[in-house]
Design a protein around this ligand. Sequence first.
Ligand code: ATP
Ligand code: MG
Length: 332
Amino acid sequence: MKKVILTGDRPTGHLHLGHYVGSLKKRIELQKEYDTYILIADVQALTDNAENPEKIRKNILEVALDYLAVGIDPKQSTIVIQSLVPEIAELTIYYLNLVTLARLQRNPTVKDEMKQKGFGANVPVGFLMYPISQAADITAFKADLVPVGEDQLPVIEQTAEIVRSFNRIYKPVLVEPKGLVSDVGRLSGIDGQAKMGKSLGNAIYLSDSYEDLAKKVRNMYTDPKHIRVADPGNVKGNIVFEYLDAFDPDLEEVKKLKSQYKAGGLGDVVVKKRLLEVLDNFLKPIRERREEFAKDPAEVMKMLEKGTEKAREKTAQTLKEVREAMKLDYFV
Ligand code: ATP
Ligand code: MG
């Protein structure tokens, strides 16, 4: 039997370059080899967008279009809408008893995100416990592997803990997953912040037009101390070079540019011009494929409906085993 991948994204906006290098690229590489499920996590998106249901609904289609545009193949990968899989919600309820409040509050990802969103003491319970519902996502599919960005590793660790508790207390029916982080586990934002994020306003989207892309590259954070072309510049923490490392296929040329920049004599304008070219070469075919798929949204929604149906067969089987293990199978 093929091993299982489960991964996903929150429909809080279009997907960006960080998603590509952090997770999409691996999914595309592995979709042939693994039984792949990709979750559009609308329930999780609502945990910090409760008052914005329209935004989440709208972005279901946008995220699906991004998937198709980058080469996720619905014949190989099953794309699923999270809220239509009630087994996940049921599992979440059972797992709530296996995790302490203190453990949740210690999760570094949740801590970071809570600070970023300025929740303070007014954090929605749903948001605080999203690692538990993510554990339900992963285990409902009995996933072996979860390709994620680095920021999600503590969540995978928490899932593994839940699996171990469940299997010890009840019966060993759950699979302990492993996180898979690619070479670029965390792509910085164009503003120099440590993570590009949909909700952070610092992203280059896979669907950006050439004009938007050019504007973003022009305003991109470089080395604030590199003022005159002749000055020696820093390539570390310089976003233009970080993106060249991630996207420029000509590694030798990037190496040369870096040593020129460090020595002085290479201006930001020249390096940015190269980056714009590299990124446009990468994004142009994605943009074009996306436009093609966008012509028939009904077809895309049909694909999601079919994927969700298939997912429910899988999760229903897991829940049957879970209920039996927990002695909740009263009428068999
Ligand atoms: P939001 O700001 O709404 O949380 P996001 O940009 O963080 O959106 P998610 O849907 O939360 O995107 O994340 C989906 C997947 O993409 C996760 O596996 C996450 O780790 C990965 N990811 C997101 N941003 C980056 C990034 N900048 N670099 C690498 N991976 C990323
Ligand atoms: Mg996120």
